[in-house]
Design a protein around this ligand. Structure first.
Ligand SMILES: Cc1cc2nc3c(=O)[nH]c(=O)nc-3n(C[C@H](O)[C@H](O)[C@H](O)COP(=O)(O)O)c2cc1C
Length: 301
């Protein structure tokens, strides 16, 4: 797969990159957006909550990130066109969460090359669209990311995304910048940089070493404007408008006011981070339990 230009992508974030946030980030200039990780097992079993996560309205390149580790699940899950809203399927091989790894998903895939090879080859065959894989440096001191990446390339994967930390590092410390360079040199498919991208300087470095794009995660929390800022473009609307749009789009997505409020409070805390008296405002938000309280606060922003 060849990208015509350098890609600024919204990284996949469980519990964060809902369809509304993805749409807003694409409005602000994200060229590619990635869903939260979606369980293939749940898709196979027609789980209605998971199927809802396949809603997609953004105008960017649309990527659905899945996780799973059994060939049979991959074959079944791709039978009924569940992923028709998406341009690319990304396989999560980097999630470090104990409940995911214990189940042989996420980062565990890096420690079982034989099974991963089977699963990834099967995905490339079943997906009917380009497949990418997102992974880490490795587990403990087994930094096998180059070997893993070459295996993915051999299986027909279209591009790779590296988050250059080990499973044990989680999100702590800094990424290993040299690792991105080594990876770009080791494979002949595009490499995306995920990890600690916050400034134009960070992006420039990724470009210089030959990455095809960057994925932006934590720096986008409550801050979809980052895509306009990094690309030097005028934002299409204000943060306040972004918050209102985000909330309004989610109103039909959640079944009850209670679940919407509980979910949106998290985003609202990020949105108000840079405002005056942010600490006090966040304490107030923690106590909210109605939509009216959220809307009154947004009015005051
Ligand atoms: C709240 C949160 C949820 C995440 N969920 C996922 C996920 O579902 N799939 C995935 O591949 N990575 C996930 N990540 C990792 C990010 O995609 C990204 O690789 C990592 O945060 C490093 O990039 P950053 O420094 O730009 O945040 C998550 C990160 C955060 C902070």
């Amino acid at each position: 797969m060849k990208f015509k230009k350098f890609i600024y992508a919204l990284a996949p974030m469980a519990g964060v990159t809902d369809f509304a946030f993805r749409k807003i980030c694409s409005d602000f200039g994200a060229d590619m957006v990635v869903t939260e990780m979606i369980s293939l097992k749940a898709i196979e079993n027609n789980n209605s909550r998971t199927s809802k996560m396949l809603k997609e309205e953004s105008k960017a390149i649309r990527v659905c990130q899945i996780f799973g580790h059994e060939v049979g699940t991959f074959e079944n899950a791709f039978k009924n066109n569940s992923f028709e809203n998406f341009d690319i399927i990304d396989l999560n091989c980097g999630c470090p969460a104990p409940k995911i790894v214990k189940n042989k998903d996420g980062c565990f895939m890096m420690s079982d090359m034989e099974n991963s090879k089977k699963v990834i080859s099967c995905l490339v065959k079943c997906a009917n669209k380009p497949v990418s894989v997102k992974f880490r440096l490795g587990i403990f001191d087994n930094l096998n990311y180059i070997e893993f990446a070459k295996m993915c390339e051999q299986c027909g994967v279209s591009f790779l995304t590296l988050h250059a930390r080990t499973r044990e590092q989680g999100y702590a410390g800094t990424v290993d910048k040299e690792a991105y360079k080594k990876l770009v040199e080791a494979v002949n498919i595009p490499v995306f940089w995920s990890g600690d991208i916050k400034t134009k300087k960070d992006v420039e470095f990724a470009k210089q070493i030959g990455c095809a794009g960057v994925m932006i995660g934590r720096a986008s929390l409550g801050n979809p404007e980052i895509f306009s800022v990094l690309k030097g473009k005028t934002p299409p609307y204000t943060k306040k408008e972004a918050i209102i749009k985000h909330l309004n789009m989610l109103k039909t997505y959640f079944k009850s006011e209670r679940t919407l409020v509980a979910y949106f409070k998290k985003h609202l805390m990020w949105y108000v981070r840079a405002t005056k008296n942010a600490t006090l405002t966040k304490l107030k938000i923690l106590e909210f339990n109605t939509l009216k309280q959220i809307e009154n606060l947004i009015d005051e922003l």
